[in-house]
Design a protein around this ligand. Sequence first.
Ligand code: NAD
Ligand code: ZN
Length: 369
Amino acid sequence: RPARLPVALSTGAYEVVVGSGLLARAGGLLAPHLPSRRVAVVSDAAVAALHLPTLRDGLAEGGFDLRAEVLVPPGEGSKRMSMLEEVLEALLAGGADRGTTVIALGGGVVGDLAGFAAAVALRGLPFVQVPTTLLAQVDSSVGGKTGVNLRAGKNLAGAFHQPRIVLADTDTLLTLPPRELRAGWGEVAKHGLLQGPLWEWCEARGPAAMAGDAEALRHAVLESCRLKAGVVVADEREEAPEGGRALLNLGHTFAHALEAECGYDGTLLHGEAVAVGLGLAASLSARLGHLSQEWPGRVMEHLASVGLPARLRDLPRGFSTEALMRRMRKDKKARDGAMRFVLLRGAGAAFTTAEVPPARVEALLRDEG
Ligand code: NAD
Ligand code: ZN
């Protein structure tokens, strides 16, 4: 039996369902939550080849009318305005009407793009997330943020559009390239550090999860979603100036700078950048006296144990300290050039600050690089 996690938002409650064999039972799982049996699936070509047949059968079994199957090329490049337009045209050409639910089958790219399409098609269609990467199951499918990239930066056009239900079928993770699976663990480890007891579980069971242990994966997805859902419910639209959703940026000030320096060329996956960012955030916290000295090593040791890069020097290329500093000052979360960091006092005790002296960050990057 799958686990069901309620997400009680002011705009309506929905469930995250986590378990195995969910695609094949999609019809029965979705029917009670949707206004009609008319649906359209948006996916990427790689995911569709592996998992769309199972979802199609599951929908057919529930008596669903699948009006359109819209496939985009795999990869971040599909998260752009011109692709949004193509998806919208294909949905409407397929006969989507106001009662038609858009189902996103895929990773975060598909979820963000299809969710944005659902938010604006006919001024808003019901939406369902069927995340198929670990990153999407533990992070992007919960929270309601959708959008595409602009030349000006990542995720700069978008909308909040909450799903009617999220089906996280852990079986789909078994076909993921191992590097993509490991990258998703970067966000699981982040959630562990934010939550507390989940961190110790990660240390104990992370390697098993990365080896494909179904029960460990299920627990990681469920507890990650529980943490993220709790944070999102407390701060639905990212308005809490401190704490709230901002805490989910643990490791991300560094990660965004690393990714931006690579020009999103695939050298670094987001979760890999986050892993290095977690190591740096722990080190910075310890250097500033917030966190005891054994913690940075403990964080890095865990990341290494699941095959993630833990330090700058583990990455396939070098980074100039000046360039990273420049990027961090320009991060969209920075205000008036003051870098924002999420720091730790321990597992389960994170806080945000804009008060870190730049010289301390610079010294850390020089010593670590
Ligand atoms: P992705 O969607 O590009 O998927 C990664 C790769 O894995 C793709 O090539 C895809 O075709 C393939 N794939 C997906 N599922 C598979 C499966 N089950 N088996 C085999 N291959 C599979 O990337 P991602 O890491 O899932 O998501 C990254 C995106 O998520 C970024 O655009 C990021 O901005 C976004 N994101 C959004 C939020 C949010 O709150 N909305 C949060 C975090 C990240
Ligand atoms: Zn992230």
